[in-house]
Design a protein around this ligand. Structure first.
Ligand code: BES
Ligand code: ZN
Ligand code: ZN
Length: 500
């Protein structure tokens, strides 16, 4: 796929040559000056007439009419030098591959050094390139008799780089690809319909990951859960004919099993709402209710590829939320693994129930830090929309690290408050320790607050991805459907994690 090359020349033949162009350069420099020479000093004319645009993420394709051996030049607008960043470059490369794919070119050469400045070096550019390539060209195969895949795919990308070592560029390309592929795997899990991805299927997928990357794996079935008293996950599964699974993956990157980061995912393979049944419009799309689990599994794939010196335990609670004669009902009182009893006021608030046992089980496996991730509430969509993940925390330092990782990943998160009176509301049941639905006011906060009751004093961050796990519109970095959101944030958090 990627071929790293040193010997750039305008005599090299390519279907297209991809170069970056900054806005209003004082003088034409580097490869752009070279192209200008080959074009009889007419480049400024093309820029002046708008045939080549240098504004952020603008893509202009110019035929070279044999003036150089490459058939076309794809100019990638990078905006002003001073605003240039890794995040912008990743998007710009995404726009580039989108344009190249729709033009049906199957081969491209990227002149990497033209995508650098003092803040973004060639290795950063290589990372952005391979990550964007994976993200942008992702398709969910689907089940049509005629495939969803584009007829002509980009097969070969030559990467010309004179400013950095070939080995360093190769390493950065594979890091970017790991982040991209981990995200894409999460996208596929989320895009799979509920009948194609049951809890058992998810457990089998996790076992495959474990075998590939040498993780320790444990999958609990119903009987083991009963022995451990996981009454919350079991209650959600009660109406289902599909068995529940509690899935654990352990990655040990340090000598000792200490400073363990727990990644906890909601894995509801389909959420009908249960007896608090969702309306017919609200139920469609609920195959995505395992987006948190998918993010954790995607991050574990990245971790398996990059092998950071960290300890991670991933815990996923998986089942569907169905109705039957044996299903849990509103008013039921259940006992979670922690011993805390819960009055179920709304069977559609099932995510926090399965997370309760998953968080407890992550602590049981030695998690010293917890990040739970879930498509938990419609409320977070009302609060923050569909581009921003909601967060809650009991620990400033852990939250800072999650926030920094999210900024680097280009995945927006925004914190919601968690005050004592919020906690009091989830503790307000008259007949049990907690209730799972204290009412609509601040309901994204209530979801998180409930999970926080099980984190107790362990540093914890809650991420609600109900709005961000899927998207209705395609972007520069992927098609409509599952986004794979938070895979990169979680993996970066682990890679960069510092115990404080
Ligand atoms: N899976 C849903 C949350 C959701 C809603 C995800 C829309 C994606 C899009 C969750 O289990 C749920 O139903 N939450 C309820 C909680 C309420 C009953 C307290 C909600 O948000 O309405
Ligand atoms: Zn629900
Ligand atoms: Zn749900």
């Amino acid at each position: 796929m990627f071929q790293i090359k040193k010997d750039f020349s305008f005599a090299n033949e390519h279907e297209c040559l991809v170069v970056g162009i900054f806005d209003k350069p004082a003088k034409l420099e580097g490869i752009i000056a070279g192209v200008d020479d080959e074009f009889a000093a007419q480049l400024n004319e093309l820029i002046k007439h708008g045939d080549i645009a240098a504004k952020k993420k603008a893509i202009s394709i110019i035929h070279t009419f044999g003036k150089i051996a490459a058939k076309r030049i794809v100019f990638v607008g990078l905006g002003k030098q001073k605003d240039f960043s890794f995040e912008l470059l990743r998007e710009a490369f995404g726009a580039t591959f989108k344009a190249i794919e729709s033009a049906k070119y199957q081969e491209a050469a990227v002149y990497l050094d033209s995508f650098t400045n003092e803040d973004v070096d060639s290795q950063d550019a290589a990372h952005a390139l391979s990550e964007a390539f994976a993200l942008t060209t992702y398709r969910f195969e689907g089940y049509k008799q005629k495939s969803n895949e584009p007829e002509k795919k980009i097969e070969i990308i030559s990467v010309y780089c004179e400013l950095a070592d070939e080995e360093d560029i190769r390493a950065s390309l594979s890091v970017g690809a790991a982040y991209g592929h981990g995200t894409n795997s999460a996208r596929t899990l989320v895009n799979l319909p509920g009948n194609m991805l049951t809890a058992t299927d998810m457990a089998n997928y996790a076992k495959e990951l474990a075998a590939k990357y040498d993780f320790e794996a444990e999958v609990l079935g119903k009987e083991e859960m009963q022995k451990l008293g996981m009454g919350a996950l079991l209650a959600v599964n009660q109406g289902s004919s599909e068995p529940p699974k509690m899935i654990v993956l352990k990655y040990q990157g340090k000598e000792e099993w200490k400073d363990v980061i727990g990644l906890v995912g909601k894995g509801i393979t389909f959420d009908t709402g249960g007896y608090s049944l969702k309306p017919k419009d609200g139920i469609v799309g609920m195959k995505m209710d395992m987006g948190g689990a998918a993010a954790v599994l995607g991050a574990m794939e990245v971790i398996g590829e990059l092998k950071p010196e960290q300890n991670v335990v991933a815990v996923i609670a998986s089942t569907d939320n169905m109705i039957s004669g044996s299903a849990m009902k509103p008013d039921d009182v259940i006992t979670s693994m922690s011993g805390k009893t819960i009055e179920v006021l709304n069977t559609d608030a099932e995510g926090r129930l399965v997370l309760a046992d998953a968080v407890t089980y992550a602590k049981h496996h030695g998690a010293d830090y917890l990040v739970d991730i879930a498509t938990l509430t419609g409320g977070v969509i009302v609060a923050l929309g569909t581009e921003t993940t909601g967060a809650l925390t009991n620990n400033e330092q852990l939250f800072e690290q999650v926030l920094e990782a999210s900024l680097e990943a280009g995945e927006r998160i925004w914190r919601l408050p968690l005050f004592e009176d919020d906690k009091e509301r989830v503790r307000s049941s008259k007949i049990a320790d907690l209730n799972n639905s204290p009412g609509r006011e601040g309901h994204a906060i209530m979801g998180g607050a409930f999970v926080g009751e099980f984190a107790e004093d362990t540093p914890w961050v809650h991420l609600d991805i109900a709005g961000t796990a899927t998207t209705k519109k395609e972007s520069n970095l992927g098609p409509a459907g599952a986004t794979g959101v938070m895979v990169r944030t979680l993996a970066l958090l682990v890679e960069r994690f510092e115990t404080k």
